[in-house]
Design a protein around this ligand. Structure first.
Ligand code: F6P
Length: 491
């Protein structure tokens, strides 16, 4: 809020993100609000609560239409309204092509090195273009003046910045890409690569989590567009308009509200152990994810299997609870993943289970944040094994939850978070020897070492929190705006 007031005084903020922060559902006649499992929402929602303004999202909940006014708006959070949520309604065919098709069978596997082949269909891209246009209409409807600050979020909206720029030339458009950007050779297989790059370059600032993704993006522009590139300034000029390319590592709010509301660690442990039927001297590992092939969930369970093979002292004592929120379930690759994960868990449980003991507990359903935080606090370790991940906020949430300075984070080197959280045990999740050794080391780690590592991690995340992420972008946007005013581009 401070950054906004100081650097962009009087500006209104409009956020565009496909996923909505509150999903309204009616079950058994009762209206309920669900918090989606989304890193983007986790990060952004506290920021929008602080700045106020409007969040434009796809309305996906069964009861979303029940709670909005005739302009599809509702004030949220429901119990203490701070900003406006504006829903955009998509037809089933639009959702199929734009969300399931081009976004999640095209761009998602294109941008993640996780060995799933991208599928590109012309019809999907047409739906993606149409959906982006619908969101551009919504931005123009919501804007009260000619120069709003528009925060465009993620790979669902590559074409949107240019569409907004054409209709609101004085807008400050900050686009943040929440997933990795591939190297230019890989990006070249996308049939609509140049249109995507041109679309994104409608932004004033284009943000990625890490510098390597900025470099990949600049290489892609260099290879596939006729644009002026300044590598030193990290800027691209296309059609007389400049876009700055910058790394802004995303984070979580601090103190995170879910940790503040959760019972203390010993109580969480008691409750979770009771729920899972574990003995008081048992050891617990947790994994928290959307059920997505980029998260390395199969590799994670294989690492647990290897741990039990190599270190018999943990058999009968160590349980790994995987909370996996079903995600994008209409896509065949996600259905296949679901079957594979189930199969590995079954096999490991058959090999090492005995009596009531099951080494792997698979909880495949949506869990609300209070439950997730209970598991974080109950655990001896949290294993984040992504094969490729822009940042990964589960790693940071685990750290935020552990105000008892206990518990060990085992973290894939292929996450953006691993570049910041060096006190975690960093592993290559494909290397089951290294991963199982790290799990064993985590379970045997003395309390003093746990405390030292956790304290350092907590200091880092508390300082580099999501307000700083947003603040840095807003400060940079404010500087640009000032420069453009001075040079007469904005009056
Ligand atoms: O953080 C990456 C991301 O794809 C977000 O863009 C998205 O909100 C989240 O993961 C969850 O995916 P989905 O919105 O498809 O459920």
């Amino acid at each position: 809020r401070d950054a906004l007031a100081r650097h962009l005084p009087g500006s209104e903020v409009i956020v565009v993100a496909n996923r909505e922060p509150y999903i309204h559902e009616r079950r058994d006649g009762v209206l309920r609000v669900q918090h989606p499992a989304s890193g983007l929402v986790t990060a952004l929602e506290p920021v929008v609560q602080a700045t106020g303004g409007t969040w434009i999202a796809h309305g996906s909940g069964a009861a979303d239409r029940e709670v909005v006014d005739r302009h599809a708006r509702v004030r949220v959070p429901p119990d203490d309204p701070a900003y406006t949520l504006r829903r955009v309604w998509l037809t089933a065919a639009e959702e199929e092509g734009y969300y399931y098709g081009f976004s999640n069978e095209g761009l998602w596997p294109l941008c993640h090195v996780a060995h799933t082949r991208p599928t590109f269909r012309g019809g999907d891209f047409a739906a993606y273009r149409d959906a982006n246009r619908k969101f551009a209409d919504a931005v123009c409807e919501e804007a009260n003046g000619p120069d709003p600050v528009v925060l465009v979020q993620d790979y669902h909206f590559a074409l949107l910045p240019r569409m907004i720029r054409e209709r609101l030339p004085r807008a400050t458009i900050i686009t943040f890409w929440h997933i990795p950007w591939p190297n230019s050779e890989r990006f070249g297989i996308c049939p609509w690569g140049p249109e995507i790059l041109e679309g994104m370059l409608g932004s004033s600032i284009l943000g990625f989590h890490v510098q390597a993704h900025c470099n990949n993006f600049l290489d892609s522009v260099d290879r596939y567009l006729e644009a002026r590139l300044d590598r030193e300034r990290q800027s691209v000029v296309l059609g007389g308009q400049e876009t700055l390319i910058r790394a802004y590592p995303i984070s979580i709010d601090w103190p995170t509200r879910w940790a503040a509301d959760a019972p203390a660690a010993p109580l969480c442990r008691e409750r979770v152990f009771a729920d899972l039927g574990l003995a008081p001297d048992a050891l617990l590992g947790v994994g928290i994810d959307r059920l997505d092939y980029t998260k390395g969930i199969e590799e994670r369970l294989l690492a647990v299997e290897r741990l039990l093979e190599r270190f018999p002292q943990f058999r009968g004592r160590f349980t790994f609870a995987q909370l996996a929120a079903p995600s994008r379930t209409r896509i065949p690759r996600y259905q296949e993943l679901n079957r594979n994960v189930e199969e590995v868990a079954r096999r490991v449980n058959e090999r090492f289970g005995e009596g009531d003991y099951r080494p792997i507990v698979l909880l495949r359903e949506h869990h609300e944040p209070p439950t997730v935080f209970r598991y974080y606090r109950a655990a001896d370790l949290c294993y984040v094994s992504s094969l490729h991940d822009g940042m990964n906020l589960v790693a940071k949430e685990f750290v935020a939850a552990r105000d008892d300075e206990a518990g060990v984070l085992v973290l894939s080197r292929f996450t953006g978070a691993s570049r910041e959280l060096g006190e975690a045990l960093l592993v290559n999740p494909y290397d089951l020897e290294e991963a199982s050794s790290a799990l064993a080391a985590a379970l045997a780690m003395p309390r003093e070492e746990q405390r030292e590592r956790m304290r350092a991690l907590r200091t880092f995340v508390s300082e580099f929190n999501v307000y700083r992420w947003a603040g840095r972008m807003l400060v940079d946007a404010g500087r640009l705006r000032k420069r453009d005013r001075v040079s007469g581009r904005i009056t």
